[in-house]
Structures are given as structure tokens and as C-alpha cells.
Design a protein around this ligand. Sequence first.
Ligand code: PRP
Ligand code: URA
Length: 209
Amino acid sequence: MGKFQVMDHPLIQHKLTIIRDKNCGTKVFREVVDEITMLMAYDVARDMPLKDVEIETPIAKTTVKTLAGKKVAIVPILRAGIGMVDGIMKLIPAAKIGHIGMYRDEKTLEPHEYFVKLPADIDQRQIFVVDPMLATGGSAIMAIDALKKRGATNIKFVCLVAAPEGVKALREKHPDVDIYTAALDDHLNENGYIVPGLGDAGDRLFGTK
Ligand code: PRP
Ligand code: URA
């Protein structure tokens, strides 16, 4: 079974409180989502494999560590996942970016896939799927289905706010996927919104609605 980790570092919790506030405007919301994602990326990348390399410092030859193994792909679930790409890119600037477009039907809450564009060698990459919200889990499950259909095997899902219902569904459907979230909230309301949550992440990031 993959990891499930709530990243409760004080800086992450403090910044999450800023964006949960309904009075937080688009500019600050975007900036703080970026900051939280960067803080999370530091720990999400903790188990990236290292290898030895020989280098020469100004003082001596030495054997030191460098990242090895699988290359990284960041895959945001559109739209809201786009807000989390730069935060990871700041730490892993050579990562390739795939996009999966997914929207949730407001009535049925069923996800619909409308766009998939991935690096050709996605099956060989360590993949970070990013989306601020894990609500019913439908969008994350379908996005990961799309990745696995193309051969991906090494997948981590990174979100900001998760509902217990979404965590359970995602773990049942994709038990191999590690899940990282900044918060595990209480429940989903009758409209499928996370309570207390932060509202509609896409609308708050892009200033729509
Ligand atoms: C939101 C969010 C997730 C999804 C989560 O996207 O960004 O992708 O809902 O809900 P689920 O876990 O119940 O599937 P939305 O469908 O509102 O699209 P948007 O990002 O384009 O606003
Ligand atoms: N999608 C969001 O953007 N917010 C929620 O609370 C649930 C799904």
C-alpha cells in the first residue's frame, strides 16, 4: 500500500489558513498555492534515488551524491492543478510537464476527461500528479487511470486539501499511489465540496465565477 501523508509543517499549515479564508483574493491565493506546493515538494521528493559522482572541489577530488534514476514528470489536472506546477518546478526545474484535462459534472460529480498530453517517455518517469483538491476522488482516479493506460507505474498524487471520502476511493482504486496532502478535512457536503475546504480551487486561482 502506498503512503498517505498529511504534511503538517507549521509553515504549510499557516499558509493553508491564508488561502482557506474566503477574503483571500486571486493574487495572494495564487502566490500562496505556489509557496505551499514548493514546501510540499521538498518532502515529496525525499525518496528520490541518489547516485555517486566524482567531482573536484577547489580543494580536492571527492565522491558526492547527485540525483539518479527516473526522470520526473509533473502532471497537473486542469485547471486547478496548473497552480501547483511552478512550486515543484522551482525545486526540480528539469521536470517535463504533462497535462490532463478533467472537469467534474456539477450535478453528478462524475469526472470527464477532455485533454491528455504527456511526455512520450511517461512510462519511464517518476510522476507527480498535482491537483489542489481531492474531493470524491473521481478526477484523481481517472487521471491516474489515463497515466497507467500509457504505461506509467511510478506515481505520487499531491494535493492541498483532501476529503476522507476521496482518500478512501483513491487508495482503493490505486493502492500503489502515494498520496500527500497539506490537510485532511472533515467531509464532503451535498454538492461535493470539501468541508471546510477552500471552495472551488480553479475559480479561486483563475478569478472565474
Ligand atoms: C476540481 C478540482 C479537482 C476536482 C476534485 O476541479 O480541481 O480536479 O474538482 O473533485 P473530485 O475529487 O470530486 O473529482 P473542477 O472539476 O472544478 O475543474 P477545474 O479545475 O477546471 O475548476
Ligand atoms: N473541487 C473544488 O475545487 N473544491 C472542492 O471543495 C471540491 C472539488
